[in-house]
Ligand binder design. Structure first.
Ligand code: CTP
Ligand code: ZN
Length: 161
């Protein structure tokens, strides 16, 4: 019997965000503020069969790397993703992302009266109170945000920058 596989090409230099939850790739790109009009070669594979996950999404961005803050944002929305840095076709580093216990300075509190939204010197700070479903609690006003609110805020704040 003949087996046929559709393979996404290897890239020369850039990043591969792998093991994303099936169907989540476009949200991740949106959160990163990547629209496609920047000119980078971007390959998005969605709902690809995976040994570990059943189905997964993959994003490959050529000629661009991710900042620590972009990486932290991906870890919040896709805590099981793998970030591969590719240099000259080789996987130079592989980082299994994980949701930290504390999230500092990445996302603003949803409470408009929270001190972190009024004092620029005070960094936002959240504790992860539940991982699945995700719930984070502001260290100042105790407002709780869930994954949807977090995703929405991360995308919006990126657009405002
Ligand atoms: N990749 C790529 N271009 C390269 C090298 C790797 O696009 N030049 C991609 C691979 O297709 C894969 C990811 O980067 O999606 C990680 O590559 P590799 O570590 O070789 O694959 P695995 O061992 O399957 O990774 P893991 O153990 O993280 O599943
Ligand atoms: Zn707050």
């Amino acid at each position: 019997m003949e087996f046929r596989e559709l393979r996404v090409q290897k890239i020369k230099d850039g990043v591969v965000i792998d093991h994303l939850k099936a169907g989540s790739a476009l949200k991740i790109l949106e959160m990163l503020g990547i629209t496609g009009s920047e000119g980078f070669v971007i390959t998005v594979a969605m709902n690809v069969p995976s040994q570990k996950l059943g189905l997964k999404d993959i994003i490959k961005i050529e000629g661009r790397y991710l900042s620590p803050s972009e990486t932290s944002k991906i870890a919040l929305l896709a805590p099981k993703a793998t970030l591969n840095v590719i240099k000259d076709y080789r996987v130079e580093s592989k980082e299994r992302l994980r949701l930290p216990d504390e999230i500092v300075g990445i996302v603003k509190c949803s409470n408009p009266t929270c001190i972190t939204n009024h004092e620029p010197a005070i960094k936002s700070k959240f504790a992860v109170v539940s991982r699945d479903p995700l719930k984070i609690k502001c260290g100042y006003c105790e407002t709780i945000m869930n994954r949807e609110e977090l995703a929405e805020r991360l995308s919006r704040e990126r657009c405002l920058q």
